[in-house]
Design a protein around this ligand. Structure first.
Ligand code: NAD
Length: 477
């Protein structure tokens, strides 16, 4: 049984109501979390405001950075414990959980080092004036996060805001909030003042909605589905505050006929099965030039058919998906595509001996998928890859941009001119050439366009999102 973490203490919440958390690997309840209400959110925002106006707000940028960097070391001390909790909560294979905790620590290292490197600038102006531009915190920032990478999201979203000097209130996903609660305690242990980091667990339409609508919040960071993202943005509009929305994707991997097959095939597979396809930036569409379509897709199919899904401890290619609802949703995409007669090019397997109640789905490769099909247009958020043939460069660009999303794209070609032309033409916040993904890419600005959202996280750019720019004009004669 876990509680909220408000003002440096565990609290049961105003109503004492709790809800069950199921382990995706078994489908069995393994803990209960507190169901936060608007009153709990209000308590958390007040604690954050007090920290911002008090002990936390008084720290220098270097002191904040030192605390965040200490948290990176603390995470390394608790590495196995955090990886185990993350795997239990999300069902992900242990290797993935370990990679996630490593990336979480990297966020703390990066933003710990960045905190005192946010410089303003000076603008030459009229004689007798000095003008400086400085970056200041919003005050209290709100963070609503999904369940797919809970620890990494804590590192990515909260830490950039803390580095800028904001105090934070987090509403993690109801399915997976154990690592966030643990990280908040570890932060306390390394010396974060009470109230700098507050966590209220519970349901989205209660605790999440209350957080996004709270007038004490100066900026919101939301990561999740486009549907909920719209609600959060509307709530922010009522309070006239800004927000970043990190939403879904339907990201293409574009493979031209001069691509290096040996390099591309394993990465095309990994980009969709990593985290069991529950990655916003998953490469869920593979677009292949017609003259190599059969050969390339055949090579991907051979790898795909070797994929296995199992428990975290089995540590296979995939785990279960997060819950029964997602399992049903992913399965419905697979069933409908089969009913429509879309060819199944390969299927992985669910390993022998997985618990019956676990939320497993079979990794599946479809192709050729008809243009305009649901598999082209909608995010599955599971280990389902769709293949599409294309004619030439302009057809590839048309196909890549055929969805409302625009998060990430991969381009596989040895032709330098084409690399640049296609990179400029695809609608995406990140483009990889002859690769895909970059071990978390902590330093690299990340975010989408269109239905994938707006604003940028990661890298130095995130610090600007969590800051207000102030121009100071001094007339001194
Ligand atoms: P979701 O939108 O259902 O939930 C995300 C969070 O919002 C949860 O904490 C939930 O409790 C909360 N929430 C739900 N209703 C709310 C409301 N009315 N008001 C405020 N908060 C509310 O998303 P999900 O299914 O948990 O996550 C999967 C989605 O997240 C996918 O679409 C995926 O692509 C996206 N995602 C995007 C990124 C990115 O960086 N672009 C990263 C990870 C996940």
């Amino acid at each position: 049984m876990t509680q909220h973490f408000i003002n440096g203490r565990h609290v049961a919440g105003r109503t004492g109501e709790t809800m069950a958390v199921l382990a995706p690997a078994t489908g069995e309840e393994f803990t209960r979390i507190a169901c936060g209400t608007a009153d709990d959110i209000d308590d958390a925002v007040k604690a954050a405001q007090a920290a911002y106006e008090g002990a936390w707000g008084k720290l220098t940028a270097a002191e904040r950075g030192r605390l965040i960097a200490k948290l990176a070391l603390k995470v390394q001390d608790h590495f196995d414990e955090l990886a185990r909790i993350e795997a239990q909560d999300t069902g992900k294979p242990m290797a993935q959980a370990r990679a996630d905790i490593e990336a979480t620590a990297r966020y703390f290292e990066f933003y710990g080092g960045a905190a005192d490197k946010v410089h303003g600038h000076v603008i030459p102006f009229m004689n007798g004036y000095s003008v400086s531009v400085v970056h200041e915190p919003h005050g209290v920032t709100g963070h609503i996060l999904p369940w797919n990478y809970p620890a990494q999201m804590f590192g990515r979203s909260l830490t950039a805001s803390l580095a800028m000097g904001n105090a934070v209130v987090l509403k993690p996903a109801e399915e997976a909030c154990q690592t966030a609660l643990r990280l908040a305690v570890l932060a306390s242990e390394v010396g974060f003042p009470d109230g700098a980091i507050n966590i209220v667990t519970g349901r989205g339409h209660e605790a999440g909605a209350a957080l996004s609508a709270h007038p004490g919040i100066g900026f919101m960071s939301f990561t999740g589905s486009p549907e909920v993202g719209k609600m959060v943005q509307k709530a922010c509009a009522e309070n006239l505050i800004g927000c970043t929305l990190e939403l879904g994707g339907k990201s293409p991997q574009i493979v031209f006929d001069d691509a290096d097959f040996d390099a591309a095939v394993p990465i095309v597979c990994k980009a969709i099965v990593q985290n069991t396809g529950q990655t916003c930036s998953a490469g869920s569409r593979v677009l292949v030039q017609k003259n190599i379509y059969d050969a390339f897709v055949g090579a991907v199919a051979r790898q795909f058919s070797k994929l296995r899904a199992g428990t975290p401890e089995m540590d296979l290619d995939c785990g279960p998906v997060i819950n029964a609802r997602q399992q049903g949703r992913v399965q419905s995409f697979i069933d409908q595509a089969r009913e429509q007669g879309i060819p199944v090019l390969a299927e992985g397997q669910i390993a022998q001996g997985v618990p019956n109640g676990g939320f497993y789905v079979t990794p599946t490769l479809f192709g050729p998928v008809p243009r305009g099909n649901r598999l082209e247009q909608e995010e599955v958020f599971g280990p389902v890859l769709s293949a599409f043939p294309f004619e030439d460069e302009s057809d590839a660009i048309r196909l890549a941009n055929a969805t409302a999303y625009g998060l990430v794209a991969g381009i596989w070609t040895g032709n330098g001119g084409r690399q640049q032309r296609v990179a400029k033409s695809v609608r995406a916040g990140q483009v990889f050439i002859n690769g895909y993904g970059a071990g978390g890419g902590i330093e690299l600005p990340f975010g989408g366009t269109g239905k994938s959202g707006h604003g940028r996280e990661k890298g130095f750019m995130a610090l600007e999102e969590f800051a207000v720019t102030k121009t100071i004009v001094h007339k001194h004669g």
